[in-house]
Design a protein around this ligand. Structure first.
Ligand SMILES: [Zn+2]
Length: 291
């Protein structure tokens, strides 16, 4: 199974969506679908089923957003997303993380794109330049200020996530609030003015006092909490530095392949399914190379 939130079935219609007539036709399409949120969590229509409705049955007055966001097409059918102002019935919204661990891959990928865009709309109702009201353009993939006309584009926060390794061992860390015995890959946000490799080296040094000598790109994963892009790497280090867990780590320690297998089958499996997080892919990539 592909990583969650990757390989979306959506065609984003990047060439067509600036055309307002085309966009209106998408909205009026008889089969147009809308996936509904409350806040940034999904609404559960039936047990384990997110609320996806025909958009023609939804009143725009019920939305708590800048209007429905056009997500793209799935096999010619337009898909939108919006957040409802009121909770649906008595039930609380369906925690997004729990929901997307359980949902089929395609709908989780659609929901991930929706959540990142809804979160951005929620934080950008007003222009960061002049405080004027922002208005959606291109189906909500762009916002424009009604006063100073500044354009605003969706925010994506790149984050490096890396498996630190040296010979037959890898170095994993844990944070204080994680379940007992859970250790995983190091990670951190990129900073302005650095390359992916430099961000990897800096984060590894800051969190574990290790010096990276080689960086290898493995894969990436959109991570809609709220709008990161995880850049997955293997980071080889020199063998001579003392391990010091610091920054946001409570502990960091070495694992050989056998103890990593035990970790994967125990504490990590209890935290999330294997396909959910790119860290698991990195661990398994390194593990498989030693076979
Ligand atoms: Zn403005």
């Amino acid at each position: 199974m592909p990583l969650s939130f990757t390989a979306s079935p959506l065609d984003f219609s990047g060439l067509e969506r600036p055309n307002t007539d085309w966009l209106r036709a998408q909205h009026e399409h008889k089969d147009a679908q809308i996936v509904l949120f409350h806040g940034l969590d999904l609404i559960e229509a039936q047990p384990s089923t997110p609320m996806v409705a025909a958009i023609r049955f939804i009143s725009m007055d019920d939305l708590d957003s800048l209007g429905p966001i056009y997500l793209g097409q799935v096999e010619g059918t337009p898909w939108f997303a919006a957040s409802l102002a009121q909770a649906h019935g008595e039930k609380p919204a369906w925690n997004f993380r729990a929901a997307t661990m359980a949902l089929p891959h395609d709908i989780a990928a659609i929901a991930g794109r929706a959540r990142a865009l809804l979160a951005w709309h929620g934080r950008r109702r007003f222009c960061s330049n002049c405080g004027g009201h922002n208005h959606p353009k291109d189906g909500g993939l762009r916002l424009q200020c009604g006063s100073c006309e500044m354009e605003h584009f969706p925010r994506i926060d790149p984050c490096v996530i890396m498996l630190v390794h040296c010979g037959e061992r890898c170095l994993l860390g844990r944070q204080a609030n994680w379940p007992d015995g859970a250790y995983t890959t190091l990670a951190g946000f990129m900073e302005p003015g650095e390359t992916i490799e430099e961000a990897c080296a800096r984060e590894v040094y800051e969190e574990s006092n290790q010096r990276v000598i080689k960086t290898e790109y493995i894969a990436s994963q959109p991570w809609p909490f709220p709008s990161s892009l995880m850049i997955g790497l293997l980071a080889e280090i020199t063998p001579d530095q003392e391990v010091i867990a610091r920054d946001d780590l409570e502990d960091a320690r070495w694992f050989d392949r056998e103890s990593l297998r035990t970790l994967l089958d125990g504490p990590l499996k209890a935290m999330a399914p294997d396909h959910y997080s790119i860290s698991r892919l990195l661990l398994k990539t390194w593990l498989d190379r030693g076979v």
